[in-house]
Design a protein around this ligand. Structure first.
Ligand code: PMP
Length: 365
């Protein structure tokens, strides 16, 4: 019997595998594999979630009106040009579906976020990567990789898994160097963690033209990954396109309510930011102190390099940490076989990671 066959390219997609959340036989784990906020969500978001439980028989507001208004007020932007999604993953996928298809190219940096390849292939387009320089996106290389077929450029700023960022001026240079008919998507999932003066999430580029979109998420600093909530800030025409393509009720009411409460709890967000501001440099300096190279991350995770030698490599480090109940993420799937990514956790978790890494590297002496 012949079976239905998917469109060409679909079977080339390597399914996305999220960070693990359990270790068999270990009850107390430290999950530091998915860059989830170290302190968990705002208690006000959790309370809002509980309070709306009696309403889940109702469809959500398909236009996410209250949340878009609150986002507009919080960031000083136009609510009409915000589109919410079931995580920013959904928005990246919708952007590809709307603006690229078979024969088109979708361009991004070599170690860019894995979803870009999935979203490109799922809509029949061809993913193209440009080389990085020292694990930083490289504007010249991206511009060199543009062809007449390029339709979308994805730039994660800062990037996962490298943790590195491009200063606002460089992103502007990228936009200037691209043809006007190429959509630039600035994926700023980790924007709230960045404390560099020369960084911008990209709002001004969205507002300066009709061809740049910024994507944001509630999964990282707001720690609401389980609810799936993201948003895109777009030129008006692009918002109109996304609203045609997205599902009618793409964001559930639980996500809308909890997201709104999280957004309104400014002090808690600041607490999460200060936590990262303290622990990120601490982790970077402790890791360097152990003699391990680490990228200059500005996010809520660190990316550490291990030798390729058996017993000392990133897989061995991952296994060593796992035996202590610490779940991290070896980056082989991102084409970084010698690197391990570890999320910034609570103070206790960060100290446990450094202690374990010290034990791991001490075995080499
Ligand atoms: N962009 C980047 C760079 C990410 O790291 C992630 C999460 N891993 C996402 C987008 C997607 O986030 P979400 O779908 O949870 O909003």
């Amino acid at each position: 019997m012949t079976a239905p066959t998917p469109r060409p390219g679909i079977m080339d997609i390597r399914p996305y595998v999220g960070g693990e959340s359990a270790i068999e036989g270990v009850s107390r784990i430290m999950k530091l594999s998915s860059n989830e906020g170290a302190l968990g969500p705002s208690p006000k978001a959790v309370a809002a979630l509980k309070a709306m439980a009696g309403e889940i028989h109702r469809y959500p507001d398909g236009g996410a009106t209250a949340l878009r208004k609150a986002l507009a007020a919080r960031w000083g932007i136009d609510a009409e040009r915000i589109v919410c999604g079931a995580g920013s993953d959904e928005l990246l996928g919708i952007l590809c579906r709307a603006y690229a298809g078979p024969g088109d190219e979708v361009l991004y940096s070599a170690h860019g976020f894995l979803m870009y390849a999935i979203a490109a292939k799922a809509c029949g387009a061809t993913p193209v990567t440009a080389p990085e320089t020292d694990l930083h996106a490289d504007v010249d290389n991206l511009l060199k990789a543009v062809t007449p077929k390029t339709r979308i450029v994805f730039l994660a700023n800062p990037n996962n898994p490298t943790g590195t960022y491009l200063p606002a001026e460089e992103v502007k240079r990228l936009r200037k160097g691209l043809r006007d008919d190429i959509l630039l998507v600035i994926d700023a999932a980790y924007a709230e963690f960045v404390s560099k003066n020369d960084y911008s999430a990209g709002v001004e580029l969205v507002e300066a033209g009709n061809n740049t979109v910024m994507c944001r998420t509630f999964s990282k600093i707001y720690a609401l990954g389980g609810l799936r909530l993201g948003w895109a800030y777009c030129p008006a025409d692009i918002a109109g396109v996304l609203n045609r393509v997205r599902n009618p009720f793409n964001v559930g009411s639980a996500a809308l309510e909890a997201g709104l409460a999280a957004l309104e709890d400014g002090p808690y967000m600041e607490l999460c930011r200060s936590h990262n501001d303290y622990w990120l440099p601490w982790m970077l300096s402790e890791i360097k102190g152990l003699g391990l190279p680490v990228t200059p991350s500005v996010c809520n995770f660190v990316l550490i390099q291990f030798p390729l030698t058996e017993g000392r490599n990133a897989q061995a480090a991952d296994a060593f940490l796992r035996a202590k109940g610490i779940i991290t993420r070896a980056m082989g799937g991102y084409g970084l076989p010698d690197w391990l990514r570890i999320t910034i956790g609570s103070g206790e978790e960060n100290q446990a990671v450094i202690q374990a890494l010290a034990e791991f590297t001490a075995r080499w002496k």
